[in-house]
Design a protein around this ligand. Structure first.
Ligand code: PLP
Length: 441
């Protein structure tokens, strides 16, 4: 089983002549085709809107592509709200789905007239205290507790998750919001992450639709939208089947017809907050083999590290790797796997491995490697441990051209937050710029 990169070896070699590795490369055509499929899958619901989860990939160039299709943004912090505003989004195009929310996030949401998705009932008086009047359109996040199961097994453990309100709290929260002036209500839940099954959204929809009917009857509020949030997964492993968004949309439609329409709630809008599904497969981390080490195992050291992609280190997540080869060498992308390697980054941290015991073609120093599916929760989870600097982001455009959509960090970025003596600062800057000029990342 294999996965094919969205870029050919020859094209990648030419891209690398312009942009030094490592960098995240994104596939505009893939993002657009997938966005169109999402739009079509939910076209049966006139109010449908995808609020792209900014935390999955906060690059403005990529968000703008989704914006062309009418997407809103799901923000998790004040900084992401600032990004939304900078992209011209406000009002019902912006959702704040945060938890443990700082006052400034609520204040900024109020300024942008954003939809606030309350994570907890106690946040309602907190919001009024720090941000002012309750917005006209609000939402509440539901957590059913217990284990969340589908036919193929346990998907996740909501009972152990910090998010959302209990079913008992919801009517009380709606009443408080209603008395405070809210007019349109939403219901939201996120019960399982990276679900590679077409059953997740329909099963979640059934739970939320039935709950919405009960809540509307019990409290009399008008439920305007139901937000299925994120959680639609992607096949990181080559033997997994990709989700079929049309089947997912159709499954949600059936639940809608069976539960909401008979209850007189056929005007409810369906919202989603997908991050991974919108971007994950349309990004990859391009890196180069710089060392081969043979000790108790065989290691390939690459020029990227966990600061560029933390998922393998943090979750033991699988990311497929294709060895592409080098400029004048053979195209290795279809070659049989003949060796077993750990593919490592350079952090002083033994979990900085993109792959463990991975069967790959023979890797030579200088070979380009593509680490797949980094378009979501890739760059955005980056950090600066060991003084390592985050990589660039490059967009492979539909017309085949390339555009740098975020430069790589330089040492100056790393030192920018320091308040040190002027002399030290000048020295750091001088060294940093000297290094940057020589192409040191
Ligand atoms: C992370 C998150 C999402 C996106 O999740 P994906 O798994 O990337 O689809 C959506 N909504 C909320 C509230 C989130 O925290």
């Amino acid at each position: 089983m294999t996965k094919t990169p969205f870029v050919t070896k020859d094209r990648l070699v030419s891209i690398c002549e312009h942009f030094p590795t490592p960098f995240h490369l994104y596939d505009e055509a893939g993002i657009r085709r997938n966005m169109e499929a999402v739009r079509d899958a939910f076209a049966w619901n006139p109010g449908f809107r995808e609020y792209f989860a900014v935390k999955a990939n906060p690059n403005p160039a990529l968000i703008s592509i989704l914006g062309e299709y009418g997407c809103g943004l799901d923000c998790s912090s004040a900084t992401e709200l600032i990004l939304a505003e900078a992209l011209g989004m406000r009002g019902d195009k912006v959702m704040l789905s945060a938890n443990d929310v700082p006052a400034e996030d609520f204040r900024l949401a109020a300024e942008l007239d954003a939809i606030v998705n309350f994570d907890d009932i106690s946040h309602i008086p907190f919001y009024r205290h720090v941000a002012g009047p309750i917005p006209k359109t609000v939402s509440c996040r539901f957590n059913p507790g217990g284990l969340f199961q589908l036919a193929n097994g346990i998907m996740d453990n909501p009972g152990d998750s910090k998010y959302g309100m209990t079913e008992e709290q919801l009517p009380e929260a709606y009443r408080m919001l209603s008395e405070a002036g809210a007019e349109t209500f939403g219901l939201h839940a996120f019960l399982a992450s990276n679900t590679v099954t077409d059953e997740y959204y329909p099963a979640l929809a059934r739970i939320l639709f039935a709950l919405a009917v009960r809540l509307e009857r019990e409290t009399g509020v008008h439920i305007g939208f139901i937000n299925l949030s994120g959680g639609v997964g992607i096949p990181y492993r080559p033997d997994k089947r990709a989700n079929d968004i049309r089947a997912i949309g159709e499954g949600v439609r059936r639940a809608f017809e069976e539960i909401l329409v008979p209850a007189g709630m056929g005007d409810v809008a369906i919202f989603t907050e997908m991050g991974r599904f919108m971007m994950g497969p349309y990004g990859c981390l391009v890196t180069r083999a710089i060392h081969e080490k043979r000790t108790y195992k065989d290691y390939i050291g690459v020029d990227a590290n966990a600061c560029d992609l933390i998922r393998p280190a943090m979750y033991g997540a699988y990311h497929h790797i294709t060895v592409m080869g080098q400029a004048n060498g053979p195209d290795k992308s279809g070659s049989p796997a003949v060796r077993t390697y750990d593919v490592t980054g350079n952090l002083c941290e033994n979990n900085d491995k993109f792959a463990r015991d991975r069967a790959l073609p023979e890797v030579e120093i200088g070979d380009l490697l593509v680490i797949h599916d980094t378009g979501a929760h890739g760059y955005s989870m980056g950090y600066n441990y060991n003084g390592r600097l985050r990589s660039a982001e490059v967009l492979l455009r539909e017309d085949g051209g390339c555009r740098l959509i975020r430069r790589a960090e330089t040492p100056s970025d790393y030192f920018a937050t320091l308040d040190v003596q002027a002399g030290v600062h000048a020295r750091l800057e001088r060294i940093a710029h000297g290094e940057a000029a020589q192409g040191v990342r």
